[in-house]
Write a protein that binds this ligand. Structure first.
Ligand code: C5P
Length: 205
């Protein structure tokens, strides 16, 4: 069974993907981490994330960074969304994701283009979202809890910029696949969103 979980930044798609993986006993891949690793490595190389050749040159080294805590920084998410625009970067990361999706027994993947590009044949697809204001509220609370000094308006502005870049790019933009469940969790708590996701996938198998 292949489960594709897509959605914008701070939508809770990672939480839902991990809960589905736990529930169905499947391995899970957070594909955003791959792009984050490329963005971070580009910076370590003193490269320009908006330059395709610089970003591509970082791809070979990116895998060795996957456990690096710096990948979780907000700033690394911004770098990731810049390097992920380049078709050469997407192509370099493509096969690794396809192989993960198609491993025997199945898998859960979360990202932006899983249901549309990486695993269009997935058995169950979810598009997880919430209003930008609600995503900013949650992300802001999370960051404050970690001791990061930031205003909610700055978080909201960053979310709008990430959304615009992810949905506006030409290659594999963030989009809901026609056959994906739209799971808007603006008014749902974590457990209710997870229960809705599990019920949907159970209906597919
Ligand atoms: O999901 P996460 O916020 O970690 O992703 C970081 C960035 O990586 C996203 O803003 C997006 O630009 C890019 N990404 C992508 N395709 C994916 C996963 C992430 O373009 N499948």
């Amino acid at each position: 069974m292949i489960i594709a979980v897509d959605g914008p930044t701070a939508s809770g798609k990672g939480t839902i993907a991990r809960a589905l993986a736990d529930h169905f006993g499947l391995p899970v891949l957070d594909t955003g981490l791959l792009y984050r690793a490329v963005g971070y490595q580009t910076q370590l190389n003193h490269g320009d994330p908006d330059n395709a050749a610089d970003a591509l040159a970082a791809c070979d080294f990116a895998a060795s960074l996957l456990a690096d805590p710096a990948l979780r920084y907000e700033s690394t998410g911004g770098l990731a969304s810049r390097v992920s625009i380049h078709p050469a970067v997407r192509a370099a990361l493509f096969q690794r994701q396809v192989d993960f999706a198609n491993q025997p027994g199945g898998a859960v993947l979360d990202g932006r283009d899983i249901g549309t590009v990486i695993a269009p044949h997935a058995d169950a697809k979810l598009f997880v979202t919430a209003s930008a204001e609600e995503r900013a509220r949650r992300r802001h609370a999370e960051m404050r809890a970690r001791g990061v000094e930031v205003t909610r308006d700055a978080v909201l502005a960053d979310i709008h910029a990430r959304d615009a870049r992810d949905t506006g790019r030409a290659d594999a933009p963030l989009a809901r696949a026609d056959d994906a469940l739209l799971l808007d969790n603006s008014a749902l708590d974590r457990d209710a969103a997870i229960a809705a996701a599990i019920a949907f996938v159970e209906g597919k198998v």
